[in-house]
Design a protein around this ligand. Structure first.
Ligand code: GLU
Length: 446
C-alpha cells in the first residue's frame, strides 16, 4: 500500500512554527516513502473558519516548498460524516444526551470540588425511552456521544513506541452537537479511513484523540492508520512555548527575512539529535529523516538560534542560489561580484537592497568637514578599476595625508557608503565606480 499522509490545519488562524513543523515532518516522511501528501482543511467550524486563512496556509506551505497531491475540505464532505454517523447510530455505539451546557458545567464543578476527574457520568445512557421522549417533548434536541469501551486502547506508536490509554480515563466524546454540527473527532476519522491515510503524524497533544479515533475507526469497519506522536516544541529552557514563541507565525518569519530552507532545516532537526546543517532541498532533509529519532528528546525551539542559522545560510549562499531572490527584490544589477562583495555582511538577503543602492544607486552620505575626502577624491586612480585599485589608492592616501587606520578609513567609508560599517571597501569600490565615488567624496552628489 502506498504511503498517504495528511496535514490537517483548521483555517482559523495563521500557521505558526508548531503547525509548520507538523507539516514538515509529514512532508519529509512522505518524500522518503514516495507517498501522497494530503492537505486537509478541518473547516467544519463555519464560524471560525475563513477562506483567507486557508489561502494563507496554502501560501505558507508553498513557501516552505511543501506541495500536496490532494486538497480536501471537510466542509465539502458533511454528507459523508452524516452517513458515517448514521452507521454508528445503527451499530448502537453512540447515544443521545440532553444536558444543557450549564448542567454539564455544574456536574463538572461538583466532581472537581470532590477532587475527582471531571468525567461525564453517562447519565444519559441510563435514560429510559419514556424519559427521553419526555425530554424531547420539552423541546430538548439531543447531542450525541460515543460510548467508549471499558478497555485499554493500545497502539504501536512510531515515535513513542507501545502506547496505551485506558478508555475509562476519558469522557465519552461528543461527536455531534445539538445543532447537528460535527466536532473534530468523527470527520477526522472518516477522512483518514476514506482517503486511505496510512500514517498520522502529529503532536503528542493528540494522544488521547488517537485512542478515540481508533475506537471510532474500528466501529466504522476501518483499519486504523499508523500513528506517530511527536513531542511538542518547547522553549530554550524546556518549558512549553511562551505566547510570543507559540504564536510566531510563518508570515512574520518570512517578513523578517528567514529563508524557507533555513526554517526547514531548523525544524527538521529539532529534537532529533541530528546536527543542524544547511540543506539545499526538502529531499536533502528527507534523506536523514526517521520518525524514531523524534522520540524522547525535547524539541527546543530557540528563535535566536534560528536567526543565527539563517544568517549563516545567507553567508554561504552561492550566486546561483540567490540570484532569483535578488531579482525578486528588484535588485537588477546584483551580479556575482556584487553578491560576493556584500553577502558576509547581511543578516538577511533583503539587507542587500541597501548595498545595491550604495553600488548602483543613490544614498545619503556623510562627509568629513576637514576636506580629507575631497583630497581623497582628487587622488582617485584613473579607470579602468580592478581589485588592486583600492590598495593603490590607499597607499597614495597614506603617503600624501599621513593618515592611518581609523582616521583614514572611517571618513572614506562614511562618504562612500553612508554607513560606519559594512562590506569591505576594497570589493565595493570597483562596483561603485569612479564617477560616483568622486561625487560622493567631493560632496557633489549622492
Ligand atoms: N485540525 C486538527 C488540528 O489542527 C487536526 C489534528 C489532526 O488530526 O492531525 O489540531
Amino acid at each position: 500500500m502506498t504511503t498517504r499522509v495528511r496535514f490537517a490545519p483548521s483555517p482559523t488562524g495563521q500557521l505558526h512554527v508548531g503547525n509548520a513543523r507538523t507539516a514538515l515532518l509529514n512532508a519529509l516522511f512522505c518524500r522518503r516513502e514516495a507517498g501522497t501528501f494530503i492537505l486537509r482543511f478541518d473547516d467544519t467550524d463555519a464560524e471560525r473558519s475563513r477562506e483567507e486563512f486557508a489561502r494563507a496556509i496554502a501560501a505558507d506551505l508553498e513557501w516552505m516548498g511543501i506541495g500536496w497531491q490532494l486538497l480536501v475540505r471537510q466542509s465539502d464532505r458533511i454528507e459523508r460524516y452524516k452517513a458515517a454517523f448514521a452507521r454508528l447510530v445503527q451499530g448502537g455505539v453512540v447515544y443521545p444526551c440532553y444536558e444543557t451546557q450549564d448542567e454539564l458545567e455544574f456536574k463538572r464543578r461538583r466532581l472537581l470540588a470532590r477532587r475527582q476527574p471531571p468525567l461525564y457520568d453517562r447519565a444519559a445512557l441510563s435514560l429510559s425511552a419514556a424519559a427521553r421522549a419526555a425530554l424531547q417533548a420539552e423541546g430538548r434536541v439531543p447531542y450525541w456521544r460515543l460510548k467508549l469501551p471499558a478497555a485499554e486502547i493500545a497502539w504501536e506508536d512510531l515515535v513513542r513506541g507501545p502506547t496505551r490509554i485506558r478508555a475509562d480515563s476519558m469522557s465519552d466524546p461528543i461527536l455531534i452537537r445539538a445543532d447537528g454540527t460535527f466536532l473534530y473527532m468523527l470527520p477526522s476519522t472518516v477522512d483518514d479511513i476514506e482517503l486511505g491515510v496510512t500514517h498520522v503524524i502529529r503532536g503528542e497533544d493528540h494522544v488521547p484523540n488517537t485512542a478515540v479515533q481508533i475506537v471510532l475507526c474500528q466501529a466504522l469497519g476501518g483499519t486504523p492508520p499508523h500513528y506517530a506522536h511527536v513531542p511538542l516544541l518547547t522553549d530554550r529552557a524546556g518549558q512549553g512555548l511562551s505566547k510570543r514563541l507559540g504564536s510566531l507565525t510563518l508570515a512574520s518569519l518570512r517578513t523578517e527575512g528567514i529563508e524557507p530552507m533555513a526554517l526547514n532545516a531548523f525544524l527538521a532537526t529539532l529534537g532529533t539529535g541530528i546536527a543542524l546543517r544547511p540543506a539545499l532541498s526538502l529531499d536533502d532533509l528527507a534523506n536523514d529523516f526517521e520518525l524514531g529519532r523524534l522520540a524522547g528528546a525535547a524539541a527546543k525551539f530557540d528563535d535566536e538560534q534560528l536567526r543565527r542559522f539563517n544568517e549563516r545560510l545567507v553567508h554561504e549562499m552561492s550566486y546561483d542560489q540567490v540570484a532569483p531572490k535578488l531579482k525578486a527584490l528588484g535588485l537588477e544589477r546584483a551580479d556575482e561580484a556584487f553578491w560576493f562583495a556584500v553577502r558576509d555582511n547581511l543578516h538577511r538577503i533583503g539587507d542587500a537592497a541597501y548595498w545595491h543602492e550604495v553600488c548602483f544607486g543613490n544614498i545619503d552620505v556623510d562627509r568629513d568637514k576637514e576636506g580629507f575626502t575631497a583630497q581623497a577624491a582628487a587622488l582617485l586612480p584613473p579607470e579602468p578599476w580592478t581589485a588592486a585599485t583600492w590598495s593603490d589608492w590607499v597607499t597614495r592616501l597614506k603617503s600624501t595625508t599621513g593618515r592611518r587606520g581609523r582616521d583614514l578609513f572611517q571618513p572614506l567609508r562614511c562618504a562612500l557608503t553612508g554607513r560606519t560599517d559594512g562590506p569591505e571597501l576594497k570589493a565595493l569600490l570597483p562596483l561603485i565606480g569612479r564617477a560616483k565615488a568622486q561625487q560622493r567624496l567631493q560632496g557633489t552628489g549622492s
